[in-house]
Design a binder for this molecule. Structure first.
Ligand code: NAD
Length: 431
């Protein structure tokens, strides 16, 4: 099929290149002139395993192209997928300005019946809103469907090509047929429902997963108090198929470009309808507390953060991505800085600007130079590289002996053998 993907970020670029891989003819359109110029010169703007080869292969086959022109992308498309950002607005709702702008441009450039499918995570009622905007800009026939994306950064290419399900929220059998055809090669259940249910499904999924993480973090904090092991508790409960083992890793709480803004948008939507969601709100509260608790434990171990040199290993919100949006690592760095610590950071892929982190953060070239002269080291992202640290070398580089493993990557015995006072999440600290 001829497909246009609007927005060439984490979701749009992966979706566009995967749809091309499935044999469709795809044009990706973005308003970011530099990004499109780079893509047209083979520069992939994000780090995502497998993406570069996929883009290059499909550009080579002539199935994938990039443009800033809606006029070039839209008229021939049978399906237009919207994958622009929906960040948090100041009041906690999803900011819809990019979706509205995209809908207007799509409307102006339709030439024949087209299915407009929203991949962006959007509030309930958005399909109707897009329909109004497009209708005001075209005489062509069209349908709007909700097709929320469920890929995970760091595994995005695999997830797109091997999804657990495809959600199609449609009120038109003709549009549903187009969407089923689009994803015909994906061997997974296709959940066909109405647009409002599809839009809410995405928010409910993210809120449920965030709640599961907050739950295990609460249990981890209790383990730290009572002298139990959160990993053993998680294993013990996760083997129950009614609970499941995924999303039971205690750590620094949930972050990234989706959970924080989506959970907040859901909570804000519900509150505006006078139907607050106590469980979802508690998950948010526990997440804030989880980050504060790490900094407090560290401060207790150091006596005070003021004037202390602290190395933070990891900036990305999780491994295998360069995305630092709402990263727990960045939140912890900010808090340590606010408490007077001198922070230095290392991440194998991600960087943060001083604008994002709030001060001029020193980036080191490797974990050992980050640790040079530091009183404490904090592991904040679960990169594989940190599982294999040379602990004796790390310890030698430092002036102090505190290793705070915020992702529970290391063995307590080995860390202690290397001379560290070792702290992990969900285990009582030996002070
Ligand atoms: P992103 O910020 O990486 O990319 C958005 C892109 O849209 C940018 O390149 C931007 O230049 C472009 N854009 C903005 N306005 C535009 C317009 N009018 N026309 C064309 N392009 C425009 O965002 P993302 O992480 O890819 O997320 C996109 C959506 O997908 C969000 O709603 C997000 O919640 C959802 N989502 C994200 C993920 C994820 O893991 N990142 C997973 C599932 C769903």
């Amino acid at each position: 099929m001829n497909v246009a993907v609007v927005g060439t970020g984490y979701v749009g670029l992966v979706s566009g290149s995967c749809l091309a891989e499935l044999g469709h003819q795809v044009t990706c359109v973005d308003v970011d002139v530099e990004k499109i110029a780079g893509l047209n010169n083979g520069v992939i703007p994000i780090y995502e395993p497998g993406l570069e080869e996929l883009v290059k292969r499909n550009v080579g086959y002539g199935r994938l192209r990039f443009t800033t022109s809606y006029q070039e992308a839209i008229p021939d498309a049978e399906v237009v997928s919207i994958a622009v950002g929906t960040p948090s607005a100041e009041d906690g709702t999803a900011d819809m300005k990019y979706v509205k702008a995209a809908a207007e441009e799509i409307g102006k450039n339709l030439s024949d019946y087209t299915v407009i499918a929203t991949k962006s995570t959007v509030p309930v009622g958005t399909a109707e809103m897009i329909t109004e905007i497009v209708k005001a800009n075209t005489d062509c026939e069209f349908d709007v469907v909700s097709n929320p994306e469920t890929l995970r950064e760091g595994h995005a290419v695999y997830d797109f090509l091997h999804p657990s399900r495809v959600i199609i929220g449609s009120s038109s059998p003709r549009a549903t047929d187009f969407m089923v055809h689009l994803f015909a090669y994906l061997d997974c259940p296709k959940v066909v429902t109405d647009p409002r249910s599809a839009e809410l499904t995405k928010y409910a999924a993210n809120a449920f997963l965030a709640t599961k993480i907050s739950f295990i973090n609460e249990i981890a904090h209790l383990c730290e108090e009572v002298g139990a092991s959160v990993e053993d508790v998680a294993k013990g409960i996760g083997l129950d198929p009614r609970i499941g083992k995924d999303f039971l890793h205690a750590g620094l709480g949930w972050g990234g470009s989706c959970f924080p803004k989506d959970v907040l948008a859901l909570s804000t939507l519900a509150a505006s309808l006078d139907y607050p969601l106590p469980i979802v709100n508690a998950a948010i509260k526990t997440n804030v507390h989880t980050r504060e608790r790490v900094v407090s434990r560290l401060e207790k171990a150091l006596g005070s953060c003021a004037g202390k040199k602290i190395a933070v290993l990891g900036l990305a919100f999780k491994d295998n991505t360069d995305d630092t949006r709402e990263s727990a690592a960045v939140a912890i760095i900010r808090e340590l800085h606010n408490r007077g610590a001198e922070v230095r950071a290392y991440d194998p892929i991600a960087n943060v600007t001083s604008e994002h982190v709030g001060f001029d953060l020193e980036h080191s070239a490797d974990p050992y130079s980050a640790a040079e002269g530091a009183e404490a080291v904090v592991i904040a992202t679960e990169w594989d590289e940190f599982r294999n640290l040379d602990l004796q070398r790390l310890k030698k580089a430092m002036s102090g002996d505190i290793l705070f493993d915020g992702r529970n990557l290391l063995s307590q015995e080995e860390a202690e053998r290397s001379g560290f006072r070792y702290f992990r999440v969900g285990r009582k600290s030996k002070m």
